[in-house]
Design a protein around this ligand. Structure first.
Ligand code: ADE
Length: 461
């Protein structure tokens, strides 16, 4: 057996295949079946060869977190999570790395996802739902009091242990870009914001604590109803319903439960009930026994330091630009063909001519990650560097492979312009790619308050 060294100890070639193989080793862990898989990370079952202890290992591709410039955030959040020990939170045991991967060794939870229980057996009784909700609130409150917010609480993150107790996974990995988050895995519900608070959708800056509480409210509703409070196939209709908290409770909800859920699913985060208030309600207090846990005081964060030190060095050499290029007034005017800037965003160039642009208020990393997310399934190889992207189609078109260049510019604080150019290939094929991309980027492009789209990408509504 090979001894595992914290950083850069294994050759890239050997590691590359090693984690693909189910019967291979990572340090002292014998790797078993895949528990979950996605774009950003994989979770595998593993067994410690000496102790026989079962663990789950989350395997994160270093390259991807570097590309999304998430190293510092992930390091900080993993460190915080190592300090967390709560019976309702999946524990992080240790963090290891090879040259290309980061391995987060986690507590192995055997009871599966809570929501599989609902899928298989239907909704839960009020008392049972309350028990899970109490455990959820206990864990959420514990993390909030340590300054850690989940920001993406949803069913996939709720596991059950052998004793039927709730365990939240991925508290602390909320730094990962939206589409890669949850447990770093891409799930079927990924991308549907059914559990997300209205202020998070607005993305106008929000408090993590109240946003997490909204998600807890949606989770409670699902436990008791067996279906979602907000569920629409059309994303815009879904957003509107979430914004207005437009939902109804089924007849089997008790009056107290209804009243309770209404206080949590308040679209205004300022008037939404707080954890402290929740704890005082009779509905919550029924049969409640607070979680017992010990404070960790002998935590060693050296493994995280060594795992990330190489990545950070790497990042420093890579980090030529931390922000997109800022456009000055002269460049903006040149782009808009004159002094009238209105045409810049309202009447973009015809994509048929080979170039177009749209604006977004989303952070540049999120814009880029979203473009990547949409382009890859369309068969495009995507390369990103310094807020510029090159996307090359895998199919030979009428004029060779379609190749599209993209750059994100900052035009004002928190306002970005994304410009797309056809670098190679057929214009009609570019147009068709552009249309497909538009459909997938609806959430990223900026919409004016009046609801009209002020960008190149047409809105469905
Ligand atoms: N799937 C994702 N994380 C897991 C864990 N910690 N235990 C079991 N299955 C999981």
């Amino acid at each position: 057996m090979r001894e595992f060294l914290p950083t850069g100890a294994l050759e890239e070639e050997s590691m590359g295949n090693e984690i693909e193989d189910d019967d291979e080793m990572i340090g002292k862990y014998e790797i078993g079946k895949t528990l979950g898989e996605g774009t950003f990370a994989k979770v595998k079952y593993a067994k410690h060869v000496d102790t026989g202890a079962s663990v789950a290992i989350k395997i994160i591709d270093k390259e991807k977190i570097l590309k999304h410039k998430m190293v510092e955030q992930i390091k900080r959040e993993i460190s915080t999570m190592k300090l967390v020990k709560h019976p309702n939170i999946v524990q992080i045991y240790e963090v290891l790395a090879s040259k290309t991967k980061i391995y987060i060794v986690l507590e192995y939870v055997t009871g599966g996802e809570l929501f599989n229980k609902i899928l298989n057996n239907g909704r839960l009784r009020e008392d049972q739902s309350r028990k899970y909700f109490q455990q959820l609130i206990d864990a959420v409150d514990y993390c909030h009091s340590r300054g850690v917010y989940h920001r993406d609480l949803k069913p996939e993150n709720l596991l059950l242990d052998a004793g039927g107790n709730l365990k939240i996974s991925d508290f602390g990995l909320s730094a990962l870009p939206q589409q890669f988050r949850a447990d770093g895995l891409l799930h079927t519900t990924c991308g549907t914001p059914n559990y997300v608070a209205p202020e998070v959708i607005d993305d106008k800056g929000y408090a993590g604590a109240t946003a997490d509480l909204w998600s807890c409210g949606v989770i409670l509703y699902v436990l008791m109803a067996g279906y979602l409070p907000f569920d629409e196939s059309n994303l815009m209709t879904l957003y509107k319903k979430i914004h207005k908290a437009d939902f109804t409770c089924p007849p089997w909800f008790s009056t107290a439960a209804r009243r309770f859920i209404l206080q949590i699913l308040d679209p205004n985060p300022k008037t939404r009930v707080t954890v402290a208030q929740i704890r005082k309600t009779d509905w919550f207090k029924k049969g409640y026994t607070p979680a017992k846990f010990e404070q960790k005081d002998d935590i060693n964060l050296d493994d995280i330091e060594s795992v990330f030190s190489e990545s950070t060095e790497h990042l420093l050499t890579e980090k030529n630009e931390t922000k997109p290029t800022v456009m000055n007034a002269f460049e903006l005017i040149t782009l808009s063909n004159g002094l009238n800037l209105s045409g810049l965003f309202d009447t973009p160039e015809d994509p048929k001519k080979g170039a177009t642009r749209f604006t977004s208020t989303k952070p540049p990393n999120e814009i880029i990650a979203s473009i990547e997310e949409v382009a890859k399934p369309l068969g495009f190889d995507v390369q990103t560097r310094n807020f510029k992207m090159k996307m090359k189609g895998d199919k030979e078109g009428r004029k060779g492979h379609l190749s599209v260049a993209t750059q994100v510019f900052e035009v004002a604080p928190s306002l970005f312009m994304v410009e797309l150019h056809k670098a190679n290939g057929d214009t009609l094929e570019y147009h068709s790619f552009y249309e497909d991309l538009s459909k997938g980027l609806k959430d990223v492009v900026w919409q004016s308050k009046a609801g009209t789209s002020v960008n190149a990408i047409p809105s469905k509504n």
